[in-house]
Design a binder for this molecule. Sequence first.
Ligand code: FES
Length: 186
Amino acid sequence: MDLRSNLVYIIRLLQTSVKGKFLNLALKSNEMEKVDLILKEYKNACHDSLIPILQEIQEAEGFLSETAIVEVGNHLHLPTSKIYGVATFYNQFRFQPKGKYNIQVCRGTACHVLGSSTVLNELEKYLKIKAGQTSRDNLFSIEVVACIGACGLAPVIAINGEFHAKVTVDSLKEIVESYRNREELS
Ligand code: FES
């Protein structure tokens, strides 16, 4: 590269980085506005309000970000480690945004009796993520849910609302791959 090309390259790099920073800041401030609105509803809240606050934030944002957790800690005068401790105890909370395809694994009684824990273990192994996490390519996330009202199909999983019935270890992989193929074709 000659000197001029080098300069153009460096300027483009700087522009992208500055744009990225502004975008991140905008996203953060948008997120924090929602968190602040929720915290305002819990003006004189005590520690007992922690779970409902986290639930509302997750409902609004889809997950609990580090910034949101720090903000909740400041509001309730709790250390963030304590909040993480409580939140990780309940598998309803997630700390990453969901993937493009969110896989809900039902752990209701009928599904449990018919092997949903094997389905979950296999899925975690296959995607190399745990329940509550998102794959590196942001394509898949796993969520453990209570009965999703299709007990006759047990064990059942739902991907973005599409139900898959009587899932086995083999059919599970085919199902996941069918979504990956959809992605490659689009
Ligand atoms: S227990 Fe799984 S759908 Fe009801």
